[in-house]
Design a protein around this ligand. Structure first.
Ligand code: FES
Ligand code: FE2
Length: 422
């Protein structure tokens, strides 16, 4: 992690002053304070990360009873497991005795979790099975000390978690994007590749970079050859209209042209953004590969290539880019004040065979290449933003519209959090 000079006189009062000042400059990038303040980071974890729906993994990672994987976020760790009854659940990886991690290996299959410290034993559903010699303590009951649960919801095979146990059911919101997503066959999809790119930057810089394509033409030459998002809407309107007119007929996926735009302050549920839009690839390109040619069998219900790609938002930090033959899931997770895990997961059709129906290097080439370019540019961005001489400039009104939306939501959220502490 790159060290930065953080504010030594940081406080809620200082944060409140910075929020007030930020509000006087709508449409401008965030003040550098928000990227280097420990008070801010602590509030972000509590009021954003632990209150939002986050992609944890895919059901294919835990097909059998006893399977589990860990999802690390912030300074925390969550266990996602499949119990003996086949149900998937999530729980905090924190022993109820004195707080040791009960599980260290990132994934596996177990009959139980045995805490390495004093040996308390937990079932795969998190209930406490045995606590060595604790019967000496009058009134001790294993039922009182199960691993603390995390809210968990499965949508089209994707497992989402929310640390806020009071969070409302997300299903009604997800239903809004079910039609365009359903055709992808995600519930039966197979993970072709999964890579974590640790980025030395605050999570907001990594997210802001994803939310805009102003940088695509300059930073992503390979991507910009095939994807029309690098252009202003009016420049590619005929291309997009032609693709939208044919997409449902060519692919056979009803609802593929549906547009849903409920993210950040437009989301009906805090931390539960849902969004879908389909945009055109340039003529001659069929998918998001190095040469624009197919790299895997058609997924789910897709019957053909329409020359389009779908962009989904699933919560504030999870995104998907869907092509007819594969899709890419993006997840951004803060791991420290200037450390962010950018994870990409590439999915292909569930029955596709690696080396026969697809080569994972070809499936992952474009977005691996693009992500490395992003990692490079975000790190440079972080260095500049953390300089004492940085003065935020204006966002582009169209290209960086989503970044503006995010920043407004972020500032409102921090304001509420600061008011609660006051
Ligand atoms: S901390 Fe887990 S058994 Fe003591
Ligand atoms: Fe990028």
């Amino acid at each position: 992690m790159k060290l930065i000079a953080t504010n030594v006189d940081d406080s809620i009062a200082k944060l409140s002053g910075k929020i007030e000042a930020q509000r006087t400059r709508p449409g401008f990038a965030l003040d550098p304070y928000f990227y280097r303040s420990h008070v801010t980071y602590a509030l972000e974890l509590e009021h954003i990360l632990y209150q939002s729906w986050l992609y944890a993994g895919h059901v294919s990672q835990i097909p059998n009873a006893g399977d589990y994987f860990l999802f690390d976020l912030g300074e925390d760790s969550i266990i996602v497991s499949r119990g003996q009854d086949g149900a998937v659940q999530a729980m905090h990886n924190i022993c109820r005795h004195r707080g040791a991690r009960v599980c260290e290996e990132a994934q596996g299959n177990r009959a139980s979790f045995v805490c390495p410290y004093h040996g308390w034993v937990y079932n795969m559903d998190g209930s406490l099975k045995a606590a060595r010699d604790m019967e000496m303590l009058p009134g001790f009951d294993c039922q009182d000390y199960g691993l603390k649960p995390v809210k968990c919801q499965i949508f089209e095979g994707m497992i989402f978690v929310n640390c806020n146990l009071e969070a409302a059911d997300w299903t009604p919101e997800l239903a809004k994007i079910a039609a365009p997503l359903r055709g992808q066959g995600m519930a039966d999809a197979r993970i072709a590749e999964s890579i974590v790119y640790p980025v030395d930057a605050n999570w907001k810089l990594v997210l802001e970079n994803y939310l805009e394509c102003y940088h695509c033409a300059t930073s992503h030459r390979a991507y910009a050859k095939s994807h029309s998002l690098k252009a202003l809407a009016h420049q590619v309107r005929p291309l997009n209209e032609a693709m939208l007119a044919r997409c449902e007929t060519v692919t056979g996926v009803a609802g593929l042209a549906d547009e849903v735009s409920e993210n950040y302050s437009h989301a009906k549920q805090f931390g539960g953004c849902v969004c879908h839009s389909r945009y055109a690839l340039y003529d001659g390109y069929l998918t998001g590969s190095e040469d624009g040619q197919p790299v895997a069998p058609l997924m789910g219900d897709f019957k053909g290539f329409d020359g389009g790609a779908s962009d989904f938002h699933l919560g504030p930090l999870t995104f998907m880019l869907n092509y007819p033959d594969h899709c890419v899931l993006y997840r951004f997770i803060p791991r420290g004040i200037t450390k962010t895990d950018m994870q990409l997961v590439w999915f292909v059709r569930g029955d596709a065979r690696e080396g026969v129906d697809y080569q994972k290097e070809k499936v992952s080439w474009l977005w691996d290449h693009t992500s490395k370019e992003d990692e490079y540019i975000i790190t440079r961005n972080s260095e500049g933003v953390n300089s004492n001489f940085f003065e935020p400039g204006p966002y582009h009104p169209e290209f960086e519209e989503l970044s503006i939306l995010f920043v407004n939501w972020y500032v409102d959220t921090l304001q509420r959090a600061a008011n609660q502490v006051d």
